[in-house]
Design a protein around this ligand. Structure first.
Ligand SMILES: Nc1nc2c(ncn2[C@@H]2O[C@H](COP(=O)(O)OP(=O)(O)O)[C@@H](O)[C@H]2O)c(=O)[nH]1
Ligand SMILES: [Mg+2]
Length: 491
């Protein structure tokens, strides 16, 4: 309580040779994707000054990290410290003497910068790239760090599979550090971040009382994000199912061939463009919830394969199986009185009236012209009471798998977004790994599918069942959690 508040925030200096991934580890750990705040870069020596980076929950700083420039001349520095100390093993006082001698002098600039926080009381996180051999300079670094006497953890940041010196490092690190852990800055997920934070707090026994509170803050926030995401998913489904595109047509619009064609095209295009907007807005919101501010995702990439609702491939990969759909009673039902049909179901009861299908490239969300099997028949429609033409309304696609494919896509995006490490600075790539993918909704228990189906149907009919919403929300929160657990264990 009060005791907790009066305690100073634990501080950890992040130290290591340039390019071992110090900044990358911090970016992922603190979820900072902005190069202006944490520069992750292939160009060595980009971090030239110490930078303080706080971990804040509810406006309160919980842990502070100091990103440092890294050692430049560790062997020379080691010898200087030894010389300054004289006989025996140097200690914190010798480091202090070294700083007194060189700070501001122009030599050992980087060494002085990284040792300063340690002398001032910070703990230490030493980052290693185990694909590099353990050379003398590293031994010198570790020696100096040991002399500080500060609590210290070594972190093996495996940058590639080729960490052939891993064992050599592991064998040596134990004698220099209180704790040795591995962490992959480009792949670490919530579980790994959580574990790392906990271990850090654990080696720093002066702040032992703060561990549980900090971890609880972390967990609470993650739970909150999951709930917000479930709300986003519910919102997108509801909007998508309720989306309509309507036009009032005069008799000439209906009778003149080229006018008819144009209206068909326009309506379909506008419908799918709006649908695409609903979906991408939801996805962008998910990115925001998980603090990916700068990732510009080309949502067209989402169509990793042609999402043709009628194609067998879609059915085997995305959405529910036919049996599941039947069992869930999933017919989503186009709006009552909808005059224009969307989806090929129309074919069976209006083939004679069928006019051309929609052209390609209309919807960012659905790839190419495969999905928009949206047949628009402007000769249908409800005759207006005034006798002045007809009103046409379009949406949602009649294909009963539509909402489930959509949900599956959203869940896939969720899985990818919440596992994406913030150290990754390349654009997109969010949908690169096709191993992830559809089929998630098929894992929902039957009773949950039925509840969702019922609610989706009500949305499709333009009248969302508000009474079902809390349960739909609960189902989705539970399912998102399951997805998180799956991706945490699937390493
Ligand atoms: N593949 C991969 N690359 C990494 C990882 N960590 C860092 N890098 C890359 O290594 C380079 C240097 O990383 P940075 O964090 O800037 O190193 P620093 O100089 O120690 O701060 C950057 O291009 C990073 O993207 C990792 O875990 N995996
Ligand atoms: Mg750096």
């Amino acid at each position: 309580m009060a005791d907790d508040e009066t305690k100073e925030v634990p501080v950890f200096a992040v130290v290591g040779k340039v390019n071992t991934g110090k900044s990358a580890v911090l970016a992922t750990l603190l979820e900072v994707d902005d190069d202006r705040m944490i520069r992750v870069s292939n160009t060595p020596g980009e971090t030239t000054h110490c930078q303080e980076l706080p971990l804040v929950f509810d406006g309160e700083e919980r842990i502070r990290f100091v990103d440092t420039p890294g050692f430049q001349r560790p062997i020379d520095a080691m010898h200087e410290i030894q010389d300054l100390h004289g006989d025996g093993t140097p200690g914190l006082e010798s480091i202090r003497t070294f700083l007194d001698a060189f700070e501001g002098s122009g030599s050992f600039e980087d060494e002085c910068q990284l040792l300063r926080p340690l002398v001032d009381g910070a703990g230490l996180l030493y980052i290693i790239d185990p694909s590099k051999p353990l050379r003398d300079e590293f031994v010198a670094e570790m020696e100096i760090l040991r002399w500080t006497g500060r609590r210290r953890m070594a972190l093996l940041n495996a940058k590639s599979d080729e960490d052939r010196y891993l064992q050599t490092w592991k064998d040596r690190l134990g004698s220099y550090f209180n704790l040795v852990r591995t962490f992959n800055a480009h792949q670490a997920r919530f579980e790994q971040r959580r574990r790392l934070l906990r271990s850090l707090l654990e080696i720093d026994e002066t702040h032992a009382g703060m561990i549980e509170t900090t971890i609880r803050c972390l967990d609470d926030e993650w739970q909150l994000r999951r709930e917000e995401s479930a709300e986003v998913v519910v919102g997108v489904l509801e909007k998508a199912m309720m989306l309509r595109e309507s036009r009032v047509l005069g008799e000439r619009d209906i009778d003149v061939e080229h006018r008819r064609q144009k209206i068909q095209r326009d309506m379909g295009e506008v419908y799918y463009r709006n649908l695409g907007r609903v979906v991408t807005r939801g996805m962008d919101r998910l990115l925001e919830i998980y603090r990916h501010h700068l990732l510009e995702v080309d949502w067209k990439d989402l169509g990793v394969e042609a999402l043709d609702l009628e194609a067998e491939e879609t059915w085997s990969k995305w959405g529910l199986s036919r049996t599941q759909l039947t069992m869930a009673g999933a017919a989503t039902g186009a709006a009552a009185g909808a005059a224009v049909d969307a989806g090929t179901a129309f074919l069976s009861h209006g083939a004679g009236a069928l006019i051309g299908a929609l052209g390609g490239g209309v919807a960012a969300f659905f790839k190419g012209n495969a999905l928009p099997d949206l047949k628009v028949d402007v000769r249908g429609g409800v005759r207006l009471k005034t006798g002045e033409g007809r009103k046409l309304e379009l949406g949602p696609p009649k294909n009963e798998n539509f909402a489930w494919v959509l949900l599956d896509r959203l869940l896939d995006a969720y899985a990818r977004i919440q596992t994406r490490a913030h150290a990754l600075r390349s654009k997109s790539k969010l949908f690169e790994n096709e191993e992830l993918g559809g089929g998630r909704v098929q894992q929902l228990p039957g009773d949950q599918r039925r509840v969702l189906a019922k609610w989706l149907r009500s949305c499709g009919q333009g009248d969302p069942d508000r009474g079902l919403e809390p349960e739909v929300f609960r189902i989705l929160v539970g399912f998102l959690e399951l997805i998180e657990q799956e991706s945490a264990s699937g390493e």
